[in-house]
Design a protein around this ligand. Sequence first.
Ligand code: HEC
Ligand code: HEC
Length: 239
Amino acid sequence: MTRWAAGLLSAAVAAALALMVVSPRVGGQQKATAVTAAGSGTEATATAAAVTSYAPAATPYARRFAALCAACHGANGRTETPLTPVLAGQPALYVITQLFLFREGRRSNEAMTAVAKTLTDDDLRGFSELIETLPPVSPPLPTTPPDPIRMARGQALAEQHKCVFCHGAGLAGGQQVPSIGGQHEDYLQASLRGFHSGARPAYTQAMTAAVSQIPPEDLDTLAYYVARFRDSAGALTGK
Ligand code: HEC
Ligand code: HEC
């Protein structure tokens, strides 16, 4: 993304991060609740320290991701479950902002809000940092090849509406801007429609402004194109 866009967005995100730093809401108590809620007991947190000594990949948050998040998002951060976003490789700053929005009830989704409400500020940071490091996962091979006419139309729309200006030519995002290339089509469609209708409040006005003038059928074409977009630079493209 460009410096201009980074500057525009960073002030608002800085406010969220500052809030996390000063907030005293850290502690093991909510952690235990969260792990138990996933039905895995407290085993994950209790043994995390021991595990890291011989398995560098199994950090405490990797263990907690397996216990708390993997059922919905997949063990490696990519699942084919409907309307469930791919997380692997999303920029940490984007993730922490979204977890914050869910926890504060500003971004609303029954499943995700319930989980986010159990997370401490340290958890928001820990999960965000972990998710950024999850390696991209290859999407399953498409059952039908992409429709070239629709793909061309989607690409033209992405250029016309400056999606690439913020999300990058490889649609891989960065900093506060999410990676979208290779994300699930149904989730992209729901997100774009949500920004358009206001049902999904973003952290800044960037996305609302970007899609407010785009008719619904074009939003769906964009979702079609972005989901099938493949680029070696894309974090979610699973190259
Ligand atoms: C019960 C299922 C469920 C569980 C458990 C769950 N999630 Fe989610 N998560 C979802 C769904 C569904 C969405 C999409 C919500 C929406 O459409 O607004 C989501 C969205 C997200 C997003 C936003 C992604 C984006 O691209 O904007 C993040 C980040 C996230 N989850 C992280 C986590 C983490 C971290 C955990 C574990 C602590 C977790 N989730 C546990 C179902 C779940
Ligand atoms: C001015 C910069 C900007 C432009 C232009 C822009 N975006 Fe975004 N986009 C963002 C930011 C920032 C977010 C994170 C929204 C938030 O604050 O919650 C986002 C979020 C999204 C999401 C949600 C992804 C997820 O994982 O939930 C999708 C999908 C998306 N953008 C697609 C598009 C498309 C398609 C276009 C072109 C029509 C576009 N964006 C144009 C900055 C931009």
